[in-house]
Design a protein around this ligand. Structure first.
Ligand SMILES: *[C@@H]1O[C@H](CO)[C@@H](O)[C@H](O)[C@H]1NC(C)=O
Ligand SMILES: *[C@@H]1O[C@H](CO)[C@@H](O)[C@H](O)[C@H]1NC(C)=O
Length: 256
């Protein structure tokens, strides 16, 4: 098991909000949940609540989410954001074990922008993580994913060449928008041989350059096919909320 300790960097007034706006899963595009996307992309003042009435009848693989950061790691919103329950016409994106989930993040739109317009992901400092939780039936709808159900499948943090944690380009998060000819977004491989079935995939960006650090979780429903008999061991499972312990005056944040 891997333990990472991050000493937070104190930078006042860091403000930007966002989340995953679309996925490419096994070569197919899926738009993010429309519940808050309309609001996030602006079309007025992006800081006003619900300017665009959310149309929750649009089917989505993604759980509804709010684009505000979560700063209370004990909040139930840590699971899948904004209470995180699927909206009624939810469905699952099929992906073979060993296949790819490619996620794309954006921040809220410029106040005077028109649809579809997003800002690039505005943060740089902190890791990007991906977890899976197996849903108890052949559907993830209404599965709340509380308790020790999550196992990590991928993470990126500092660049191999990084020498200064505070430098903006030291973290892979910096490159999410295709900066310096990098591919846009982040690709995660579903483990080869994973047991078939319905899973939630939970991506999370941690933004460490603030006090407190900000969490941006997003969940989507996938259906794993062509798998094997691989399943996580009990000690590999973690809970959201529950996984992050913030200790001491230096606000050291510890997670598996
Ligand atoms: C969950 O997030 C929503 C949207 O930001 C917020 O209104 C609500 O108060 C949060 N719930 C808790 C328990 O923090
Ligand atoms: C948006 O447009 C209005 C009207 O043109 C202008 O007064 C305002 O300054 C603009 N806001 C921003 C943030 O650019």
């Amino acid at each position: 098991m891997l333990y990472l300790t991050c000493v937070l960097i104190f930078i006042a007034g860091v403000m930007a909000h966002g989340g995953i706006v679309s996925y490419n899963i096994d070569g197919k595009e899926y738009i993010g949940n429309p519940y808050h996307l309309g609001e996030m992309i602006g079309n007025g003042n992006p800081y006003s609540p619900l300017i665009n009435t959310p149309d929750i009848t649009i089917p989505s693989i993604q759980r509804p989410y709010y684009w505000y950061p979560i700063e209370d790691y004990t909040s139930p919103n840590m699971t899948c954001n904004y209470n995180g329950i699927s909206n009624a016409p939810s469905f699952h994106a099929p992906v073979p074990a060993g296949g790819t989930v490619h996620a794309f993040w954006k921040s809220e739109g410029h106040p005077n922008s028109t649809f579809p317009y997003y800002m690039d992901w505005r943060h740089a400092h902190g890791p990007i993580l991906a977890y899976l939780a197996r849903c108890p039936s052949d559907s993830c709808a209404n599965f709340e994913a509380k308790g020790n159900v999550w196992f990590k499948i991928a993470q990126v943090g500092l660049e191999p060449t990084a020498t200064n944690m505070q430098a903006g380009d030291s973290w892979t998060q910096t490159y999410l928008n295709g900066w310096r000819d990098r591919e846009e977004g982040w690709r995660v491989q579903i483990p080869k041989g994973l047991k078939n079935g319905a899973y939630l995939i939970r991506h999370e960006i941690l933004m460490l350059a603030g006090n407190p650090a900000q969490s941006y979780p997003n969940c989507a429903q996938i259906m794993v096919t062509d798998g094997g008999d691989k399943q996580p061991k009990g000690e590999e499972l973690v809970a959201f909320p529950g996984e992050y312990k913030v200790t001491g005056k230096s606000r050291t944040m510890v997670w598996k």
